[in-house]
Design a protein around this ligand. Structure first.
Ligand code: ADP
Ligand code: MG
Length: 259
């Protein structure tokens, strides 16, 4: 909030990884689907921030990404735009089950199991709600349906929302694990992208356990999943998480002297 983009856009981006990522200069030439480009414009984004200039192509190229950039540098859109854009064309093919209107029977439960394509883990309820509101903007006029679940919120309502169908799941770890226990409610078998936002908040011991539970549970097909860590700092413990879960050939992006 209150970001001085004139300053941010001059920050240098450092990259390490298997291939050099060619940064995009603007959103128009980023190869976005017209609907997504329009959503970016509707959000009022005119030029990409430095982390976005590198993240969009890196994710498009299919790499796992670790991105470290200061708060307010636009990390949310840096992963949302390329991930949602990549799924747009495939939404029909990949999409989770939807209630079938042809089979609608008055008074009979239309619930389906949620099988999201993307899971975004957010360590706090505030962040989850914030990411959800960004996701809604970028999902506008796509087939992709975002959902948010978090502890302390109304479990019944969140459950009902999930069962209407969910492609993009934004979740706090506790509630996610809770819901993962009910295999009729939620399965991670279709997940293609797993994002940990504010990952430096997830280094406490109980978070770490949660993290492992999420990664090992819910029928995740490891080989099909791209992992993304986003953070404002780069603590040493990241190396372990990166080693355990990210592809060996992941791209590391760092803006300025963050961390
Ligand atoms: P971070 O996660 O790095 O702290 P956010 O993703 O929350 O940053 O973005 C901070 C603010 O900047 C948000 O209000 C967001 O809508 C806005 N923002 C992000 N990218 C752009 C952009 N390219 N142009 C204009 N505003 C942007
Ligand atoms: Mg953020």
């Amino acid at each position: 909030q209150g970001v001085d983009f004139s300053n941010i856009s001059e920050l240098e981006v450092f990259q390490e990884g298997p291939a050099r990522v060619d940064p995009i200069a603007n959103f128009d030439t980023a190869g976005l689907h017209p609907v997504m480009l329009n959503n970016v414009k509707l959000a009022g984004y005119e030029t990409p921030t430095p982390i976005q200039r590198y993240c969009l192509p890196a994710i498009k190229m299919g790499y796992d990404v670790v991105a470290v950039a200061q708060t307010g540098s636009g990390k949310t859109a840096a992963y949302l735009i390329p991930i949602l854009n990549a799924l747009m064309g495939k939404a029909k093919k990949l999409a989770a089950p939807r209630p079938n209107p042809a089979q609608f029977v008055e008074g009979v439960d239309q619930a389906v199991r949620a099988e999201p394509l993307v899971v975004i883990v957010c360590p706090s309820r505030e962040l989850a709600v914030q990411v959800f509101s960004e996701a809604r903007k970028f999902c506008y006029r796509t087939m992709l349906r975002p959902c948010v679940i978090y502890g302390g919120g109304p479990a019944m309502e969140q459950r009902a929302q999930l069962q209407k169908g969910c492609d993009i799941l934004i979740a706090s770890p506790g509630r996610l694990i809770d819901f993962m226990d009910d295999t009729r409610l939620l399965s991670l078998r279709r997940v293609r992208y797993m994002v940990i936002d504010e990952a430096d908040e997830m280094l406490h011991d109980d978070w770490k356990t949660d993290f492992d539970t999420i990664m090992s549970g819910g029928e995740i097909e490891e080989g099909n999943v791209r992992y993304m860590l986003f953070s404002a700092t780069f603590p040493k413990q990241f190396r372990d998480i990166a080693k355990n879960h990210l592809a060996e050939t992941h791209v590391r992006l760092r803006v300025g002297r963050a961390g």
